[in-house]
Design a binder for this molecule. Sequence first.
Ligand code: NAP
Length: 223
Amino acid sequence: MTDHEEMVPVTEQVIGVLGGTGSQGRGIALRLARAGVRVVLGSRDASRAEEAAAALGSGVTGADNAACAAAANIVIVAVPYDGHRETLAALSTELSGKIVVDCVNALGFGKEGPFALDVPDGSACQEAAATLPNSIVIGAFQNLSAEVLLNEEITSVDADVLVLGDDRPSIDRIVELANVIPGVRGIYGGRLRNAGQVESLTANLIAINRRYKTHASIRITGV
Ligand SMILES: NC(=O)c1ccc[n+]([C@@H]2O[C@H](COP(=O)([O-])OP(=O)(O)OC[C@H]3O[C@@H](n4cnc5c(N)ncnc54)[C@H](OP(=O)(O)O)[C@@H]3O)[C@@H](O)[C@H]2O)c1
């Protein structure tokens, strides 16, 4: 993040979303766009992103992932864990010097439900940091439900977003970004090496969702 970018309110930055045609990417994009933030959806196929952007309405455009990464000041990663490392490695030039917000959960799904995968780097976030040494990787939005984000009847999203990272100004910037979504509160959640627990917790939330037929999120008390 440049000193100049630090001075600009987050609402005046362009937010890119890699894998933005999926439900999580579209959900985050929708909420940011409704709050007046300009968003570029990324896809492996530009026309798919343009179509998804048009469906979300004003403030959202679409491009291929590389053009999305190049156009944005802050880039959110919303691809499945399967394509995570490869996607980021291919975009290291476009993402250089930028804040990269990873919301990817390294989860597997088996007969007994969701479970945390063993990631050699420790977590998807740490994998992103290892793959993008010239970017500032922040973990956020891993525990937010796409179903809730995409449901416009829910005007206030009842959730806290844990924001993890190793660079204080960038953490503060993404806390500011999370706070743009009505109802959401961004909270510092620790260093990037603690991202694994946050990603794994989504497996518990999915289990809760299945048992109680809901879309659970987290709230932190005492803050
Ligand atoms: N869904 C949720 O409620 C939720 C909540 C919290 C966090 N997350 C995390 O957010 C991420 C996205 O979730 P999602 O449910 O939106 O996933 P998704 O729909 O399966 O995938 C998102 C997009 O990623 C692209 N993609 C698919 N496979 C890819 C690959 N191998 N390499 C690169 N790009 C690929 C696709 O876009 P194109 O084909 O257009 O390129 C797809 O539309 C996941 O890592 C998930 O853990 C999801």
